[in-house]
Write a new protein. Sequence first.
Length: 593
Amino acid sequence: MNRYVAALTLALAGPAAIAAEAPADTVYRNGYIYTVDAKDSVRQALAVRAGRIVYVGDNAGAKPLTGRKTKVIDLHGRMLMPGLIDGHMHPQSGGSRLLNCSLDYEALTVAQFQSRIQACLDKDKKSGASRWLVVVNWFQQGMLPDGVETTAATLDALKTERPVIVRSSFGHSALLNSKAVQLAGIQRDTPDPAGGKITRDAKGDATGLLEDAAQDMAMNLLPPLTVAENLAASRAALAAMRKQGITSFLDAYTDPETMTAFADLHKQGKLTARAHFAVLIDLDKGATPQSAVAELLKQQKQFDQGPTRVAPSMQVRHAKLFMDGVISAPAFTGAMLEPYLVNKGTADKPDWQPGPSTGPASYFSSEALKATLSELANAHIDPHIHVDGDRAVRESLDAIEYLRSTPAGKEVRPALAHDEIVAPADYPRFAKLDVTPVLSFQWAKPAPDTVGALKDYMGPQRYALVEPQAPLLNAGARIAFGSDWPVDPLDEWFALKVGVTRTAAPNAGKEYAGTLGTQPGMPRAAVLRAITLNAAYTLRQEDLTGSLEPGKLADMIVLDRNFFTIPAEDIANIKVLQTVVGGKIVYQAKGMR
Ligand SMILES: [Zn+2]
């Protein structure tokens, strides 16, 4: 073929045909390639060119795409799937906690608790007597033996002059040593702050334990993260994500300092996941829906880097709203339709009866929520609403029902995060109103925060409804996953396991054996769809990520075992061997060649 004829042929065939013939950069062969396409198809081979998937099919079909410079990866039957998309997490606090003194969410005896913290003190020789030691990821409800007390005296026994604060992983309490209590200005007659409690002993003296808003009395004394610490935190967060296989995420409650740190990493070419940020809308501090959304748009203008493209970038297109707190003891700040139960009997002979409280009034009134959602809709910002109790869920659905009746409200993609308890009458409304529940699957297991902190206070009927994953799925809801890291350790594979089994880890102890209630788990395919394509939908990225299909971005992971064929409990042990974002390998484990 002479040059003229070749050019003519190319011109006639068009760009698609040229593209199909150019060799791929990478070809994966001999795999169990789980695509998450409309049929959840499984294929054998996949090819990537310029960061995009150009072929999914059998080995033979990949051959014409394999040129001399194409890197060929033999998967040896291993599973390749879309990268994980975490639809709700807090990367900055997660990352900074990785750098703090951490108790790692472990169940500890008092002696172990003390020696772990002493080890942190001993290791940190540079800090002076006035510098706070911040200890994180304390599994407060898991202290051994059950019901053992921890007070300032527990921490005063440590060899240090420094103020010490130990923060519960749950975020609802903090323990101080006596030096810290003194610095926080807490005395015998100090009143409880609004929304918080200074725990006191029989004599009325503070024990060192601060609950909810009272924690601020100490937290406000901690210096904010420096620029360098913020950078270190986001760097640590991204490293943890790469290892887990997370290729996109939503920071569900961001701030300019966090976005500045991620923007710096982006500039350095070190942003290894597609980063989305939700800015808080809070009308408490005199803001109006208009002024709050205007502030969000200001941050969007500063940090949003435009539509999704091959290389990871930053997007600011979500608002975070809080409708309530948490339904579990001792907070009871979840907004409920029916009262929390209280024990009117004794510890030995309990008699659980409806108490006086259904939790707080929702943090947004019906009118304020409607006005805020409308303002967001006009600004093309998607609302991501924290709802834990069934009243918070219902009121949010009511406001979204109104929103859907307005022209701008039809295009919005609202997400309701957490949904720990939903009135069954509201299950079908998620599908009807096209609202995505963003669930943390790992909460659906017997654990101190369910068996211990929910069961009695909910009563048997409501307890049977908590963590309604399968019921929402069966009612047609598009379920997405969000880890809520660092409320729990970043362990997506454990969370997915719980989504399937509703069981705790095998070493959780016999009081936490069995499943949470009698609800079934979710089918494995639905669990994977929640953390891929459905989460992509909430980020408006489903045309480009979330499944492995030609034309989409090559965001994908190779697993060390097959999610579908291993025993369900083994899902928690899955290790990611390779993480690819936009065709670029950002993480590779030793076992992968
Ligand atoms: Zn959260």
